[in-house]
Design a protein around this ligand. Sequence first.
Ligand code: ARG
Length: 301
Amino acid sequence: MEVNKVVSPDSFRESILEVLCPLLFPGTSGGKEVLEMVSIKVIGVAVLVLVVVGVAAFLVFKAGEQGKKVLKVGTSPDFPPFEYVAANGTIMGFDIELMRLIAKKSGYDDIEIVSMDFDSLIPALEQGQIDVIAAGMTITEEREKRVDFSIPYWEADQAILVRVGSGFKPQRVEDLEGKTVGVQTGTTAADYLKSLVDEKGLNINIKEYSSYVLAIQDLLAGRIDAVMVDTPVAKMFEKRYKDKLAIAIIVKTGEKYGFAVQEGNKELLEKINKTLQEIMQSPEWDKLVQKYFGSEKLPGT
Ligand code: ARG
């Protein structure tokens, strides 16, 4: 007696393939061969799709990057609270945050901070390596010949910082006679000290530093007698090195800070002036001032 063969689902499928495949894929023997062919094709197509999608996504991303409007901001981050290096290594400060607000309001997507020595900023701007200088830069006639300044956003005088307990307590600039005074190269403080030597005939040993942070380190270590720096910054260093540094003299120079753009860059200058004015009249300004000038500790330090 013949036992009826039970047809398993597998062999059932195979027999259908056996019949259909030669019809659908002429030239194949059917079944397994087609299955293999199909799965190789499927993998091939999947890989191709992945590659195409990946390349497309990359291109879209790149196009987005290139279309992004980024304002290149040059600074010398040794001038707290206007610009300084925070504990985590990022460059922070009043100027930086103000510039970020200005850029945003002027239609930029982002800012890029380019850090360099103070005396390299104007040459970098002239060469187009940066779009704007945000560095507590005093608006001077001399600089006006090379760059265009925004409306003023801060005022400052000059201060002489000395080391507490050093015994040196000058009361007038004439008391700097015979002393070594540190300054940052290219600053108005450096110019002022040079004028004391050239015009007043004082015998001052001017020691120039690429960064105010280095000048302060030398003052703390007793390698120099004093540092001349803008009053808001001197006050910050005094606060930071309480009981170690003190302001001995203030020279009323009546300086005004501005942001600098390339000579003739009207478009950017107008944007900066318009948005700066708006910000200065808004509560954002007071918030910013409070954040960088009002607290005991500098943000991020
Ligand atoms: N206001 C002074 C000047 O324009 C000093 C500026 C120094 N700025 C700085 N980021 N280190 O000469």
